[in-house]
Design a binder for this molecule. Structure first.
Ligand SMILES: [Zn+2]
Length: 107
């Protein structure tokens, strides 16, 4: 009898674990998605590249992405991230490299 209960519990736990993983993955995608949504309407300030996947926020991209993943999806916890984003310029990966090497500068 107790063996039966154990196996029921185990099955339950396995299902539960899968659900947690699924929810965590969905939340992660949601957190990164709003950042990509934001970049969707942007383009590189230097060359006009508008492909979202190429765009970064100069110079705080790493910090913004780190915080975007950590903070919740409500507006309050995004305030700090928005503050960072507002102090950034949108550039593409190519221009980022050029900027980093002083080949171009913002006018
Ligand atoms: Zn560019």
């Amino acid at each position: 009898m107790s063996k039966h209960i154990n196996s029921v519990m185990e099955t339950h736990y396995q299902k539960y674990k899968e659900t947690i993983k699924r929810v965590a993955r969905r939340n992660y995608q949601k957190r990164v998605a709003w950042l990509n949504n934001h970049l969707q309407n942007e383009s590189c300030v230097h060359c006009g590249e508008s492909e979202t996947i190429c765009l970064k926020l100069y110079p705080h991209d790493t910090e913004i992405r780190k915080q975007a993943k950590r903070v919740g999806t409500n507006d309050d916890s995004r305030k700090e991230v928005h503050r960072l984003m507002n102090s950034c310029k949108v550039v593409c990966s190519n221009c980022w490299i050029k900027l980093d090497n002083d080949l171009i500068e913002f006018l």
